[in-house]
Design a binder for this molecule. Structure first.
Ligand code: CA
Length: 232
């Protein structure tokens, strides 16, 4: 029996057998083909040989730091990579995101959440040029005309607010770290100015959220950054 060639393939780089087994069952149930690697070296090898459509990468591997695996993968691969991290290691999550991970998921995690994150990562890996509008709930952003609407009414944004919004739209569904946002919008000299970012996030929420005090679009990832929910 050979797998159908159209099946999407996910590579698990994870040393814990029980977690691999759990992930395999959940992923196969929704139609993915699953490849497994129990350490970083085998993972790099498998990724190069099989070219999976997504990779789940544990950061705590027996032979090498998962971050090194991530960096090596990113030297040649644009495949979506979800990092599996242990709770309370925000620094680890931040450096994974800064080094090209699409998202992270914290152990212990629900398989429902994992599958949802995987779908978003797969979707955001589609060519960005094809998507020039973002829509989610009341918010509509047209990147070609630069028009931003909330419930069909035009929202007026300053240049900085708009740059910030565009960055989120381009990475909808993905967590952006404080540093990534500051570097992209304000420039490399201002990566330490988290205060600017907080102020501008408040402006954006004020203008674009139905209830700015209870944001449903621009979500805070405590200690790490922000995420704009994936578009409809
Ligand atoms: Ca591990």
């Amino acid at each position: 029996m050979t797998e159908s060639p159209t099946k999407e393939c996910v590579l698990l780089i994870e040393d814990e057998v029980q977690i691999r087994r759990l992930l395999r069952v959940s992923l196969e149930r929704v139609g993915y083909e699953v490849l497994e690697a129990a350490n970083g070296a085998a993972g790099l090898d498998e990724a190069a040989r099989r070219q999976p459509q997504a990779i789940l990468l544990d950061l705590g591997l027996p032979d090498m730091d998962g971050l090194i695996v991530l960096k090596r993968l990113r030297e040649w691969s644009q495949t979506p990579i979800l990092v599996v991290s242990v709770r309370d290691r925000d620094d680890e999550k931040i450096s994974a995101l800064d080094n090209g991970a699409n998202d992270y998921i914290t152990k212990p995690f629900s398989t429902g959440e994992l599958l949802a994150r995987l779908r978003v990562a797969r979707r955001s890996a589609q060519p960005a040029a094809a998507r020039t509008t973002y829509r989610s709930g009341p918010l509509e952003v047209d990147l070609t005309t630069r028009l931003v609407k909330v419930k069909g009414r035009l929202a007026r944004l300053t240049a900085t607010e708009y740059s910030l919004l565009v960055l989120f739209v381009r990475h909808a569904g993905k967590v952006l770290t404080h540093q990534q946002i500051l570097r992209e919008v304000w420039g490399p000299g201002d990566v330490g100015q988290i205060g600017y970012l907080r102020v501008y996030m408040a402006y954006l929420r004020e203008k674009l959220e139905a209830d700015p005090g209870n944001p449903e679009l621009f979500l805070t990832e405590p200690g790490i950054g922000y995420r704009l929910v994936a578009g409809d």
